[in-house]
Design a protein around this ligand. Structure first.
Ligand code: KG4
Ligand code: ZN
Length: 353
């Protein structure tokens, strides 16, 4: 079975093709991506209306490219998957509309996918895929979650952010430091020149036993620290503040992730989402895992941020596992706010711990 997947929830248009081959994992045959980062850079963040219009321009050429890479005609596609949510309503509608139009033209069914499930299952596209069960640390621009994953569609939410996401903390702090958008990679670059202990920034909820996160206070602390440095902080001070900010975010993520794996009685951690590309986070998680004899799995670097491959993969894995039935009525809706605990599988739902 061939699945074509479309991602359009934010500022990346992605289209990919995978082949289902149960009991083996689905195989990625083609993957085309266009990032709108350059377009939004001028505004310091994503402009939703511009994002939607650009998705319209990109989605069909990208579908052609993904099929070309796969060496397949459109008629070979059996199911058209798309990101149903969460994300920007207009942007999601473009992907959903394109998916349903393609499927209707082909007379094939559609499947709406939860964006976070795409991130969650993206490490299965790597050369070193995990096996179930594991604890997943989902860290993106809009989400920060710890989940226990016992199988496809069998997710238990262990904890999540009560305010800003980890990526948001990177992005907002980067903005305060006058760095471009998206701020995460820029802040991480500047941090390599600074001292992580230069400024004592808060580690919110670090010592609470639960697995919830809070990052809103960190941004305020970065702002206050910057003000204390006067009108024109030196390059070294800015680098020190970037390194201290990254250290605070990473320490909280690593401590809570390690605690969650231990509490679950497991020895496998999967990291997914854009912040999973952060080199310092990877370094510290790898060190923590090595010490305990655990394994940490990451998506390929290129698949950490949004892409079509993870959506096609999540759809294919759901279909292979028999936990989703594709739709053939071509009516669709999108879910800009779609709580992850609503991700329910047949017979084995997602539960709130
Ligand atoms: O998963 P993603 O592409 O989009 C969402 O679904 O939100 O994640 C984007 C987030 C942004 O906040 C970006 O700044 C952050 O991931 N990010 C990073 C790095 N690369 C991307 N944060 C820290 N270090 C990085 N290297
Ligand atoms: Zn994402």
């Amino acid at each position: 079975m061939i699945v074509l997947g479309i991602e359009s929830s934010c500022d990346e248009t992605g289209v990919a093709v995978v082949a289902c081959q149960a009991p083996a994992l689905p195989r990625l045959l083609g993957d085309a991506l266009y990032s709108q980062v350059k377009m939004h850079e001028a505004y310091g963040g994503v402009v939703p209306e511009l994002a939607s219009r650009d998705h319209i321009r990109r989605v069909i050429p990208l579908a052609r490219e993904a099929l070309h890479q796969a060496g397949l005609e459109l008629s070979a596609v059996d199911v058209v998957a798309f990101t149903r949510g969460p994300g920007l309503a207009g942007a999601l509608l473009v992907g959903a509309g394109a998916a349903c139009a393609l499927a209707a033209a082909l007379g094939k069914p559609t499947l709406g996918v939860h964006h976070l499930e795409g991130h969650l299952l993206s490490p299965f596209l790597s050369n070193d895929p995990p096996s179930f069960p594991f604890v997943a640390l989902l860290v993106s621009g809009g989400h920060t979650q710890l989940m226990q994953v016992d199988g496809v569609g069998r997710y238990t939410l262990l904890g999540e952010t009560i305010d800003d996401a980890a990526g948001e903390a990177f992005d907002k702090s980067a903005k305060l430091l006058g760095l471009g958008y998206p701020g995460g990679p820029a802040l991480a670059r500047l941090a390599t020149q600074g001292h992580p202990q230069a400024f004592a920034l808060p580690r919110p909820l670090l010592h609470q036993r639960h697995s919830d996160f809070s990052f809103a206070g960190l941004k305020t602390a970065v702002m206050t620290t910057l003000r204390s440095l006067g009108d024109v902080p030196t390059e070294q001070q800015r680098a020190d503040l970037a390194a201290s900010t990254q250290a605070a975010i990473v320490e909280v993520l690593v401590t809570k992730a390690v605690r969650a794996v231990k509490a679950a009685g497991l020895s496998r951690l999967v990291v997914a989402g854009g912040v999973g590309a952060n080199a310092e986070l990877r370094r510290q998680l790898d060190a923590a895992a090595l010490k305990r004899g655990w394994r940490v799995h990451y998506p390929e670097l290129a698949l950490c941020t949004d892409n079509g491959a993870m959506i096609a993969m999540a759809a294919a894995m759901r279909l292979d596992a028999g936990v989703s039935t594709p739709r053939s009525d071509y009516s669709f809706d999108v879910k800009p706010r779609w709580p992850v605990h609503e991700l329910v599988a047949v017979g084995a739902g997602c539960t709130l711990a």
